[in-house]
Design a protein around this ligand. Sequence first.
Ligand code: NDP
Length: 500
Amino acid sequence: MGSPSPANRRLGRRGRTPTMTLTRTIPVLDPRTGETEFTITAASADEVRATCASLRQEQHAWQARGIEGRIDVMRRWREEVLRRAEALGERDAADTGGVSTSWSQGFITLANIDGWIDDAAAVLERASVQRPSVTMPHVEVRSQLVPYPLVGVISPWNAPMMLGLLDAIPALFAGSAVIWKPSEVTPRFLEPLFESVRAVPELASVFRFVLGDGETGAAVTGSVDMVCFTGSVPTGRKVAVACAERLIPAYLELGGKDPAIVTSTADLERATTSVLRGAVYATGQVCYSVERVYVHRSIHDAFVDLLREKAERVEFNARDPKQGHLGPFIFAPQAEIVRSHLDDAVAKGAKIVTGGEIERIDGGQYLRPTILTDVDHDMRIMRDETFGPTIPVMAFDTVDEAVRLANDTTFGLTASVLAGDETEALSIAERINAGSVFIQDTFLTFGKSRTIGTNSFGHSGVGGSRTGPESMLRFVRRKALMTNHGDVADIQNDRYGVRQ
Ligand code: NDP
């Protein structure tokens, strides 16, 4: 373990409440060198509880501000984020080894805040009811939206800033306080982000983070009123069980094994370009990466040849994180998982067309886009989430077979269909079990943010959508206030008080 740099000693300190005591330290590795860059101090369960107690105390005033008051505070925060937008991108890129959208994360955060500044009041207004009861017209029904006081956000390492803020920001607008436990693998972005939060004291009192590992995450689930978790299926299951024990809601955004179907009529140029990007972007470390491809047998060989040609032009960003297309594995053990999927596939008869070797450059671990053929559903690479730049391609003969193969999974996050025309693609898309299906392209998930809510199928997610206007309504309970404007019911001659 290396000694913490001054900057990151600050990170650890800022994660603590005044009552915190040091418990254990965790090394944070640089994905580009594999070296320990600094260490962080994990918050203990007692420290998490103390932070939660303080947030609960402060949440009353935050809720009492009302939506317009909270929007005013968030507008001020927006300015602080804007001031640090470049720095936020730099730190997120240092966390991820230089994923290209990382450099824009400051601006993506601004768009997230701006979106809710525009929409939050209207979303709450639309969810509010004041009208006579349909079944008892003399009774007037009013709704009151009551925020869950304290929301726990637990997020993974692959898009460290965005995946936590997707939940934290609407929760804050809704009137909740938020405690965030980001992945300990990628904590560098926290310093500039929470510097911006501290510049707005009203927000800082209801929005805090704790550093730590799974133990710290478990302490968060044990102390909050609801949880938004993004991560793997095994950890999601643990979180769901912990929340069930406490009878609190858990919203889970989990993994995927997302299929792409390419029909015989598809434009090969378009299909290969889109599948390549969808499968290898961010070194495949994206929950909605294309993880398996089904191509009509009549074009299978031509598809693989063209895909290979394009894949071999993809370059690492090893020399300069701002140049090239593929970065290192963010979390070193992920390279081992990918290697084990490749070994399993080859042992069972798959052929590697290109790529396939994990390369070490200056201590970082890289993998070129890796195309496999002769794959089948007995192989882990077609069943389990690989989370690497792998493109297993399987031939199909009929559309029914392609749909059956696409649906032969425990997951159902996203899928893609590339066909000769939109009508053909849509008719296939409607038969696929996934929360979003991208038509004539892959990787369109940003298109649904704030536009439409979706629910994942299978093990990819549980609970209400984190996109669309209703994603904010996850954070409020709806309470009915009912006034009787008529006579009270008489127990002796009015059944249930319903007027005849
Ligand atoms: P993990 O499930 O390993 O970890 C997610 C978070 O949970 C981390 O902060 C982790 O801390 C924490 N954690 C670990 N154990 C517990 C526990 N017992 N209680 C509470 N929290 C705990 O996921 P990864 O970080 O490896 O991220 C990759 C996964 O995330 C992939 O499966 C990917 O598909 C999924 N993902 C899903 C997305 C979606 O929107 N559906 C989006 C992006 C990623 P620690 O890091 O210390 O273990």
